[in-house]
Design a binder for this molecule. Structure first.
Ligand code: UFG
Length: 338
């Protein structure tokens, strides 16, 4: 199938491009580099060993998106094009609502115009807010988000469900990601956060390489096994493979379906620090700091539905996640910048 990856130069998009190209799909990437780098596109080409069309456009630019659809005629779209920093979304809510909703609405309008009926959306476990119980099933309550970023994911899910009701020919797959970490095993592509990282794994990597002095562990008084927050860390290559399964699912089904992409296993912050040190033979100095506002104690998936309906499950281990994160960080201490 010919697949457009909207926002495909970013962390998850770049890994997905490789996994789906490997399966024989034709790929087209569109990205405005607002949170990614042109070098990522070069490296995707190196890993795949082939060229593909790339468009430097803002997905919310309707005329440019139309031109892309007219030229490429994609049969499916994977929609990664959105802002994703939780803290920034609190400071710039209008920019987040504008960008994340506009890209989605523009894609929907142009897809309809050009008869493209398959859409895979990058949603997030953040739509569950503070869950009533773990592991979290897809049927758990959604909403109760704690920041504008989370609300954009929630709102886009609502929009896509409405679209699927109104248009019986469309297929929509909502993928709720848990905590993506790791990198492609080549060390050529990986997560390249702007400025000081917000997320745990890039922060640990930058402490290990000496760019940052010390990890702050946000809270050790949660009701978890060691008091630190527990999350479902998933290797980004496993997550990328989930998108390939979602393309097949969308092609075979109409309507809207939602899937958790997680491992179903929760690890604490201290588990992650220890695993990273052991896997890579490095030191990660840390100190206990106050809780971070908006954080929850525990969040991990019940991924049974993805196994049963998508035929997908996470295969990589915690050691793989730590080793591949470090491989990327140590080979690219400044990310994609030379
Ligand atoms: N943490 C620290 N120190 C840090 C960074 C994080 O102790 O410097 C802790 C957090 O308190 C939390 C855990 O590490 O317990 C994971 O934090 P992340 O920031 O890596 O990830 P979150 O679970 O907060 O958020 C992630 C994504 C969101 C997404 C959410 C879905 O960043 O985009 O998962 O559950 F919405």
């Amino acid at each position: 199938m010919k697949v457009l990856l909207a926002g495909g130069a970013g962390y998850i998009g770049s890994h997905t491009a490789i996994e789906i190209a490997k399966l024989g799909h034709e790929i087209v990437i569109a990205d405005d580099f607002s949170n990614s780098k042109p070098e990522a596109v070069n490296r995707i080409r190196t890993i795949i060993g082939a060229d593909f069309p790339f468009y430097e456009i803002d997905i919310a630019d309707k005329e440019k998106l139309r031109a892309l659809f007219a030229a490429e005629k994609p049969e499916a779209v994977i929609h990664f094009a959105g802002y994703k920093a939780v803290g920034e979304s609190v400071r710039k809510p209008v920019a987040y609502y504008r960008n994340n909703l506009d890209t989605t609405l523009t894609l929907l309008e142009v897809m309809k115009e050009y008869g493209c009926r398959n859409l895979i959306f990058s949603s997030s476990a953040t739509v569950y807010g503070a869950p009533d119980e773990v592991p979290i099933k897809e049927t758990a309550a959604v909403g109760r988000c704690t920041n504008p970023y989370g609300w954009t994911k929630y709102m886009i899910e609502v929009i896509l469900k409405d679209v699927a009701v109104a248009d019986p020919d469309i297929s929509v797959v909502l993928l709720r990601y848990f905590n993506p970490v790791g990198a492609h095993e080549s060390g050529l592509i990986g997560e390249d956060p702007q400025g000081i990282p917000n997320n745990l794994m890039p922060y640990i990597s930058q402490v290990a390489i000496g760019k940052l002095a010390c990890l702050s562990v946000f809270g050790n008084d949660y009701p978890t096994k060691d008091g630190t927050g527990v999350r479902d860390y998933i290797h980004v290559v496993d997550l990328a493979r989930g998108h390939a399964c979602a393309i097949d699912y969308a092609a075979a089904h109409k309507g809207v379906e939602v899937f958790n992409l997680g491992t179903s296993v929760g690890y604490s912050v201290l588990d992650m620090v220890n695993a990273f040190e052991t896997a890579n033979g490095v030191k990660v100095p840390y100190k206990i700091a106050p809780r971070r506002e908006g954080d929850i104690a525990e969040c991990f998936a019940d991924a049974t539905k993805s196994r049963e309906l998508l035929g997908w499950k996470a295969e990589k281990t915690l050691v793989d996640m730590c080793r591949d994160s470090w491989n990327w960080q140590s080979k690219n201490p400044n990310g994609y910048d030379a």
